[in-house]
Design a protein around this ligand. Structure first.
Ligand SMILES: Nc1nc2c(c(=O)[nH]1)N[C@H]1C(S)=C(S)[C@@H](COP(=O)(O)O)O[C@H]1N2
Ligand SMILES: [Mo]
Length: 505
């Protein structure tokens, strides 16, 4: 292998060693010491709002995977450069590794709840990385300067490959061990969710229109959309969970998980929606939630009259700002159960907020540990700081699920369908337009409540072959009909009619 090749390999091997060792040592130090998560989270937090929005729209739930690959690619390019630039007297590559470690260390320290000792893995990793880089580049030089050059070059490459492989293996092992040692899945399995004193009304089968395959009215947990900024799903046990209520209150309170037993258990069916959902998008799901009224939890603390917002915070420092009124009118839940099971870790185990009528970014804090009672003119939440609207009531919207875009439809009778939502007003009507025809009433699944979506169907007779479009619009119980005007999800939710083109054959 040519010398530049050996040097590039030396850089990559040094980076892999640094990252692998850091990852492995982090298992011993604790979850906050994981530089990988800290750097990834810092990248997410520092990415400009519009770019984040673009990433969610483009990659959806795969956004974190894409981020990981992108960060690794950047590291690889820098590592290759470090290998090429490292010299015996001018250790530029080593300096690059130390600079990267300094950045990684600051990312670690900037995380909420981190301690100084959490930078130890990063420091140890960086030192190992520098040693490997020095060793391999010295070997690479020896490989051109001496008589038995080709042999030494080959050995330097093999050594480089060895460190690269070992570093990568250490990294993978570190990630797996960290997952095993911190996982709350055991804690979750031993949690029997409390029985509701006030169960939700039974869901009649007629919520689901017949003759067409639509999303099920209640979304199974495994199909429920997931959106958050958490690169590693926070693992918070019930024993470690606290909910601190402070700020504009008569008395501060910190609840432990078992303190929740004092409160009445309620069950509610609520459809969650993400503000980033584009017209026709899939960032909406419906579940039966079991938990406690936020109003009851706040009531003990006594919310002062001058407060108008509650800033809720997750264990990883994400925040949402919710109007006090939305939390005290009785419908907002601190949920511990989702569809009859403990919350899945990625949906907020052991406890999260569920507030009917508001987009998730202003209300649905997962892994919630802190409620600061405050004012909109005093505090800003994660997405509001980035330019999203302060208030996020869910807009009336509808979607065509059947047919899919570009689908073939056979001549003859067919049933189309989809979903419509307007939490917490409820959907009164759904209309469908085929091509430029008149708006026609769709058939509606039984309305469950104003807080849940409504499924619709539309029987149709396909008579003319060729391209056709179907467009849908909903009217909510306030009498408002969806506007055709297209608006982006930023700053307060998309508007516009969903339209699908299909082919009759
Ligand atoms: N801790 C935390 N909670 C969060 C978020 C987050 O990034 N971190 N995202 C919110 C957003 S934008 C939405 S739409 C909902 C999504 O909830 P789900 O993932 O359970 O569907 O969670 C909300 N709660
Ligand atoms: Mo969201």
């Amino acid at each position: 292998m040519s010398t530049p090749g050996v040097r590039v390999l030396a850089g990559l091997a040094a980076a892999a060693t640094a990252l692998g060792v850091a990852q492995l040592v982090a298992v011993l130090v604790g979850p906050k010491a994981d530089a990988r998560t800290a750097v990834g989270s810092a990248v997410i937090d520092l990415t400009p709002g519009p770019v984040k929005e673009w990433a969610i729209q483009t990659f959806g739930t795969a956004d974190k995977m894409v981020l990981t690959v992108a960060v690794l690619a950047v590291i690889a390019v820098l590592a290759a450069a470090a290998g090429l630039l490292e010299g015996p007297r001018r250790p530029i590559g080593s300096a690059m590794i130390l600079a990267a470690a300094a950045l990684g260390g600051s990312a670690v320290l900037s995380r909420s709840g981190s301690r100084p000792a959490d930078v130890v893995p990063t420091v140890v990793g960086a030192v190992c990385g520098v040693l490997v880089l020095r060793l391999l580049t010295a070997r690479a030089r020896a490989g051109v300067e001496t008589a038995d050059a080709p042999d030494r070059g080959r050995r330097a490459s093999l050594l480089g490959l060895g460190f690269l492989t070992a570093g990568a293996a250490a990294g993978v092992l570190g990630v797996v061990l960290a997952r095993l040692t911190t996982s709350v899945s055991g804690d979750r399995q031993t949690f029997a969710i409390p029985r509701a004193a006030l169960p939700s009304a039974p869901i009649p089968p007629t919520v689901q229109p017949s003759g067409v395959t639509l999303p099920s009215f209640v979304t199974p947990n495994t199909d429920f959309y997931r959106i958050d900024t958490a690169l590693t799903v926070p693992q918070l046990s019930r024993a470690d969970w606290r909910l601190r209520i402070h700020g504009l209150v008569d008395r501060e309170i910190t609840y432990r998980f078992e303190d929740l037993d004092d409160f009445e258990v309620v069950e509610k069916v609520v459809t969650l929606t993400c503000v980033s959902n584009p017209v026709g998008g899939e960032l909406i799901s419906n579940a039966v939630w079991t938990g406690y009224r936020v109003a009851d939890l706040l009531g003990r603390a006594g919310v002062r009259a001058d407060a108008d917002m509650v800033l809720s915070m997750s264990v990883d420092g994400w925040t949402a700002g919710t109007p006090v009124q939305a939390l005290t009118d009785g419908d907002a839940l601190l949920a511990v159960g989702m569809n009859g099971e403990p919350l899945p870790a990625e949906h907020g185990y052991p406890a999260r907020l569920v507030v009917p009528g508001l987009y998730g970014y202003v209300s649905a804090t997962k892994w919630v540990v802190d409620l600061e009672v405050t004012r909109f003119d005093r505090a800003q939440a994660y997405w509001t700081r980035l330019g999203w609207a302060e208030r996020g009531p869910i807009k009336t919207a509808s979607r065509v699920d059947v047919p899919r875009a570009g689908a073939d439809v056979a001549l003859g009778p067919v049933t189309f369908g989809g979903v419509a939502w307007a939490q917490d007003r409820g959907v009164r009507a759904v209309e469908v337009q085929i091509d430029d025809g008149p708006w026609q009433q769709a058939q509606l699944g039984t309305a469950y409540s104003g807080d849940t979506w409504r499924l619709w169907s539309f029987p149709w007779e396909a008579r003319d072959t060729g391209f056709h479009t179907i467009t849908v619009r909903a009217t909510d119980n306030s009498g408002y009909t969806q506007t055709s005007e297209r608006a982006d999800p930023v700053p307060d939710g998309a508007t516009g009619w969903h339209s699908i083109t299909f082919v009759v054959r």
